[in-house]
Design a protein around this ligand. Sequence first.
Ligand code: FAD
Ligand code: NAI
Length: 467
Amino acid sequence: MADYDFDVLVIGSGPGGYVAAIRAAQLGLKTGCVESRETLGGTCLNVGCIPSKAMLHASELYDAAANGALAKLGIKTTVELDLDTMHGQRKDAVKQLTGGIEFLFKKNKVEWLKGQAAFTGTDTVKVGDREVRAKNIVIATGSSVTPLPGVTIDQKVVVDSTGALELPRVPEDMVVIGGGVIGLELGSVWRRLGAKVTCVEFLDQILPGFDGEVRKEANKIFKKQGVVFKLSTKVTGVAVKGDKATLTVEPAGAKGQGGAAETIEADCVLVSIGRRPNTDGLALDKAGLGTNQRGQVEIDHDFRTAVPGIWAIGDVVPGPMLAHKAEDEGIAVAENIAGLTGIVNHDVIPSVVYTWPEIAGVGLTEEAAKERGEVKVGKFPMAANSRAKTNHEPDGFVKVIADAKTDRVLGVWCIASVAGTMIAQAAQAMEFGATSEDIAYTCHAHPTHSEAIKEAAMAVQGNPIHI
Ligand code: FAD
Ligand code: NAI
């Protein structure tokens, strides 16, 4: 150890990096973590998962008060939007949680190196004026917004997710480019607060990667809530004049086969067409590393890059760009570095869209499962679940997909008010190799939304009780 400054140096303090650093320190390794932001926690805590959920939650309560849902329960209110206070509680949540990571770093004796890291060799990194040498380096630099060619994000009229979290007033007409997770979550925040929202999606359906039936049902639900979808449509230009934007869109298709172009006026345009890995400025070449065609750092099953002693995790490596996936990889990489066996089961990573209702899934879609062999599918509507019914939350369903021969659960998909919480039991069941019969014969508390998972599993068996 004599001439090394650290056993482990983590670059990036997002959910991948900070978790890797803490676990490495817990395992007795001298650990440092480089972060260029002013606060720890990465995209997730600063401008991602946490502030978006603060706005989602607050806007849901506002909507329930404003649209009469509370009045139906006998709660009469006079509703007024105080957007500054709503933003204030968002900032407060971020401050508390990012401060919490700083506290955990101190508690675990992880040194925070403040600044931008760049490789100077295979085991050396420069941060500001300081060059440090580490036995192991973990690249956890995350991702940032994919720009739309020809469209300038000014964070006033044309915003990315960071700008969309902080809008100083409710737009009248908001256009969301991209019907993925960010577009639907943040689009629904501003729709609930009063904006007219149009979502332009290149593909023929929203939420790529989700189960086909779930995508269709989600589209129906959002439409009912007032979101206008322009599917199979591409944006060919955005012209900003003052505080207004004019978007030119045309049907997606090969050049010349698209069809007639039209224009849409908006006072806010959200560009949410995906995220790309952060490697700019890292000087990967100095370490003998490169990126693949998608800009990601390639790794093996143990999170090792092609250069011994350099590891990578989270959004910067292939796989879903999700905080919980990054966190689990953070624990596993630290354990591998310490000589233990760190494993992440990438087949069982749940995915949740925190709209109202929530949309969640884990494992294979029905389409992907059918490609592998014969399946049995059980479905149960939330309208027949007593708790959802009592809470006036009739939208959605649960779907359990099982192998036709072995009955092993291959995938579970839910649309329900608390789908994000419900999906954890499905992930656990799949992690333990459960069959649909195992779920069907597990006692679930009544009345809970989770009973819908049990009933969907019973439906796979052909004998649900409540439908
Ligand atoms: P990041 O969180 O991106 O952190 C990387 C850190 O590295 C950054 O702080 C960056 O400043 C730092 N860094 C980069 N390069 C350097 C360098 N050279 N030197 C020093 N520091 C550097 N995922 C979910 O699972 N659930 C959600 O609800 C959710 N909501 C989201 C909402 C929004 C609006 C967005 C944008 C994303 C959301 N995500 C969500 C995705 C989630 O934020 C990411 O998957 C997650 O943050 C990835 O973690 P990471 O550790 O790989 O990287
Ligand atoms: P996304 O990949 O989820 O969706 C992007 C959408 O834009 C896709 O539907 C795609 O077809 C469409 N698109 C691409 N180019 C387009 C174009 N030119 N015109 C119109 N549509 C176009 O990406 P998004 O929503 O930006 O989110 C980025 C990442 O952040 C996701 O990978 C997601 O995993 C993560 N995230 C996760 C959240 C969660 O777990 N709840 C919340 C927010 C983000």
